[in-house]
Design a protein around this ligand. Structure first.
Ligand SMILES: *Cc1c(COP(=O)(O)O)cnc(C)c1O
Length: 395
């Protein structure tokens, strides 16, 4: 048995999404900007996909802009709001300490250009409150950007309340909903969201395609210059196959959300309950307002990297704080933001589930993870120091 439990990193494509893409590789391969019938057929597919995505978010088709993914949508939303703000002399932005790098690095770039960013604290409850947002809003605030749900620890933010606070203060509100789209109910109008980013590959659609919802009337800045595609706001010949695959995946996910998500949440809860019995561990993230598929723990006295390698060997593909990738020795900024000290943050494990997982797989993980943690602790000098009292337990 090999269990794929890294669905927050990416998901496998659904058959529905694959089928929706196939015609656009070799049958309807025209350029939607071409006036002939083959081009216009592609244009019709593009329009239909836009309508589908808009319906899933509760907005108008003309408020949807297709992008190359979640990262590009985040960049464009934040840069657009920053430019609008600068024109009015407003250069203050509010965000949180546990955003995705697509948001954080864009904000860092703006800070170098003279913008000031307030990063809301997420230690309390591993989440933020709308009250924190309200208290941080100033006369010169030009944007609030908070994620909808956190990709590492699963906390779901109070988006409707934050939206209401922003609306009352007249401040534009962007949310990185890459982890939420297709998993949680979204209605941008009811939730007072001005801009929202999503990405196809996080809900069983293709990689390299995403969308930015932008409320009508809010002026977007181009981040890709060129032709007049996407109403002049995002140049480049449209990725028709990808866009159609993403739209089909999103529609499928939204249609089956009410039956799929409780099943996924039941697997999550069983996994959390079982893994909590491992001594000296802690659950990361909001225990109540939590993504249906997210399980995130820190285990004291071990290294996340070795944990992952051994788990892979035993048939479980998980992840360990997304910053601990390729060459970076820094622990995840998300785990540090919720107050985990370096040593503890290094021993993290994220298992992220989807509707393609099964209870049998959960049972397999419940058998294997405690074994591997115990095995690694036996070899760990840090664990020995903890056991002999040379070092004090934190968890
Ligand atoms: C995956 C992810 C992104 C990036 O999306 P891409 O389509 O891979 O660029 C942004 N934000 C969050 C919260 C994510 O989980």
């Amino acid at each position: 048995m090999h269990v794929y439990a890294d669905n927050a990193a990416t998901t496998k494509m659904s058959q529905v999404a694959i089928n929706a893409m196939l015609p656009y590789f070799d049958k309807v391969y025209g350029n939607p900007s071409s006036l002939h019938s083959i081009g216009q057929e592609a244009k019709e597919a593009l329009d239909a996909a836009r309508e589908t995505v808009a319906k899933c978010l509760g907005c108008e088709p003309r408020e949807i802009y297709f992008t190359s993914g979640g990262s590009e949508a985040d960049n464009q939303a934040i840069i657009s709001a920053a430019r609008v703000g600068a024109r009015k002399g407003k250069k203050h932005i509010i965000s949180t300490a546990f955003e995705h790098h697509a948001v954080l690095h864009t904000l860092n770039k703006l800070e170098k250009e003279g913008y000031e960013v307030t990063y809301l604290d997420v230690k309390e409850g591993h989440n933020v409150t709308a009250r924190q947002v309200r208290d941080a809003i100033r006369e010169d605030t030009c944007l609030v950007t908070t994620m909808y749900a956190n990709n590492e620890i699963g906390s779901i933010l109070p988006i409707a309340e934050i939206g209401a606070v922003c609306k009352e203060a007249g401040v534009p509100f962007h949310t990185d909903a890459v982890q939420a789209a297709g998993h949680l109910h979204i209605n941008v109008k009811e939730q007072n969201i001005d801009m929202l980013s999503l990405s196809g590959h996080k809900f069983h659609g293709p990689k390299g395609v995403g969308a930015l919802y932008c409320r009508r009337g809010f002026p977007l800045t181009n981040v890709i210059e060129g032709g007049a595609q996407e109403r002049g706001k995002r140049a480049g010949t449209e990725n028709i196959a990808g866009i159609c695959g993403m739209a089909a995946a999103l529609e499928d996910a939204c249609q089956h959300m009410d039956e799929n998500m409780p099943k996924v949440a039941a697997m999550r809860d069983k996994l959390i309950e079982g893994l909590s019995k491992i001594p000296h561990c802690a659950l990361n993230g909001d225990p109540v307002n939590r993504l249906p598929g997210n399980v995130s723990f820190c285990f004291e006295g071990i290294e996340g990297e070795s944990l992952l390698l051994l788990l892979d060997f035993k048939g479980v593909s998980g992840s360990s704080g997304s910053a601990c990738t390729s060459g970076s020795l820094d622990p995840s900024h998300v785990l540090l933001a919720i107050g985990r000290v370096h040593d503890v943050a290094h021993g993290s494990l994220r298992l992220s589930l989807s509707e393609y997982n099964t209870m049998e797989e959960v049972d397999h993980m419940l058998k294997v993870v405690p074994e591997v943690v115990e095995h690694l602790r036996k070899m760990s000098p840090v664990w020995r120091d903890l056991q002999t009292g040379k070092r004090e337990y934190i968890l």
